[in-house]
Design a protein around this ligand. Structure first.
Ligand SMILES: [Zn+2]
Length: 460
């Protein structure tokens, strides 16, 4: 409870998000992941991680059992570690704290910086060893791939020969995810000939569900099956790549069951903030007191943001605006405007304000981007429209959109196939309900496809 001037804020501790090494240090578990009991949630050992999950079920850690391990450590000072537990956590006095459940896995570290780049590397190496593509051609392709307008802010660096030698993909977590997501589009000509692409498909389906912000309880058994399939296929095809994170991935069903959607407690926001401090540390040339400079800059930055009138409030911000006269507007669009706002407006040759990007209530709308406006049938097939124009009329912004046809789902490209029949319509920013992220349309194999960033479900 925090006392304020005239009120009190009541809160309770629930979970801590951190990378695995930091968690193990803070929770009092062993800090090595290459031997012994490396998991903070169950009693798997480093050797047993290679047992297929179809044959074995690992005992889950419990608060009671954890305390017993701590007691035996206390009673026998010679003993350095008991089932991976090395000592009490400094947070033990915190109400609601339990070292075995208070540290759910972090999606960013386990997926984006863990298994996703691992699978990308495995697929590319397989492609090269099967003589489907050379390292140089891979570098060329990753360098010259044309990313969509929205994806290009996370454009990953090219994968070079030296990265294959070091077995590492460089870049930020968001860039690695962007590469993982667009991999089937980027390498559409060869993915189907790769054995390891089977692992990609299972992992991708699982990740799409893990990333979903509204999740359904009834997904959990299927997610469990996907996790088991993923682990078994890894053992079959890439046994040397079964790192501890492969085991951690298989525990997300339980993590979600206990804590809800992982994007609610991931390290992504922290990483973005951390990036800012890293930049300051590099650029300030302060070698004596970096924390002081960082704190000062951070405070000034916060003051600046808080002084802006739209901080945490509803606002509109349009960029690249210009006036368009009625006679310059496409005739189909004019018919639409006339139907909605009357013939007089169209005949008056009045000018309308138009823009290419609109931020409305913290949501970014971009011209030519694709948005999900509904989910259809029990399968929850997304319906899309593409924003053709963004106009302002009567002090209100509106989108002229093309309602696209969802022609099906391409498993190979892990994308929805879309086509246009020229069904235009007017949509207002507040009409959008299901998915506020703009998506890029890619053209591949004579198809127009859109690659979602998570599985969608209605909020009811
Ligand atoms: Zn475990």
């Amino acid at each position: 409870m925090i006392n304020k001037f005239d009120t009190q804020s009541i809160f309770s501790f629930s979970a801590i998000a951190a990378d695995n090494l930091a968690v193990h240090e803070l929770a009092g578990f062993q800090q090595t992941f290459s031997s012994g009991y490396f998991c903070r949630r169950c009693l798997v050992t480093y050797e047993n991680r290679l047992l297929p999950l179809t044959d074995v079920h690992f005992i889950q850690r419990t608060h009671l059992q954890h305390n017993k391990y701590l007691n035996s450590l206390e009673n026998d000072l010679q003993m350095k570690s008991k089932f991976g537990v090395v000592g009490p956590s400094p947070l033990n006095g915190l109400q609601n704290f339990d070292p075995t459940t208070s540290f759910p896995g972090d999606l960013m570290h386990d997926f984006y910086e863990g298994v996703c780049p691992l699978i990308i590397m495995a697929m590319l190496k397989e492609a090269s060893s099967s003589r489907l593509i050379t390292y140089n051609a891979i570098q060329n392709r990753t360098e010259n791939f044309v990313y969509g307008n929205l994806d290009k802010s996370n454009k990953p660096p090219a994968i070079m020969v030296k990265h294959f030698n070091s077995d590492r993909i460089v870049g930020s977590a968001a860039q690695k995810y962007c590469l993982f997501r667009l991999f089937p589009i980027m390498f559409s000509d060869l993915v189907e000939r790769l054995e390891s692409f089977k692992i990609y498909l299972i992992l991708r389906e699982l990740l799409d569900m893990v990333l979903a912000l509204s999740q359904r309880k009834r997904w959990l058994p299927f997610m469990e099956t996907l996790s088991i399939n993923f682990q078994c296929l890894m053992l079959d095809l890439l046994p040397h790549k079964v790192i501890p994170k492969v085991h951690f991935i298989t525990e997300y069903t339980r993590i979600i069951d206990e804590n809800g959607p992982p994007v609610r407690y991931w390290c992504m926001r922290y990483e973005a903030a951390h990036l800012y401090f890293k930049k300051i540390a590099m650029q300030s040339y302060n070698f004596k007191n970096i924390p002081k400079t960082s704190a000062q800059r951070q405070q000034l930055r916060q003051c600046f943001f808080l002084s802006k009138p739209y901080f945490l409030r509803t606002f509109e911000e349009a960029s690249d605006t210009k006036q368009t006269r009625m006679h310059e507007i496409d005739s189909k669009v004019k018919i639409l405007i006339a139907q909605r706002y009357g013939q007089q407006l169209v005949q008056s040759d009045q000018s309308l304000l138009r823009c290419s990007k609109l931020i409305h209530n913290h949501i970014i709308y971009k011209q030519y981007a694709v948005y999900v406006y509904d989910l259809e049938h029990v399968e929850e097939i997304p319906l899309f429209f593409q924003v053709l124009y963004i106009f302002k009329f009567n002090q209100r912004w509106m989108f002229i959109v093309d309602f696209l046809n969802t022609d099906g789902f391409s498993t190979k490209l892990w994308s929805y196939k879309l086509s246009s029949y020229g069904r235009l319509g007017i949509v207002l920013p507040n009409d959008l309900k299901y998915f506020h992220k703009g998506l890029d349309l890619y053209e591949i194999d004579n198809l127009h496809v859109v690659n979602l960033t998570s599985r969608l479900t209605k909020n009811n």
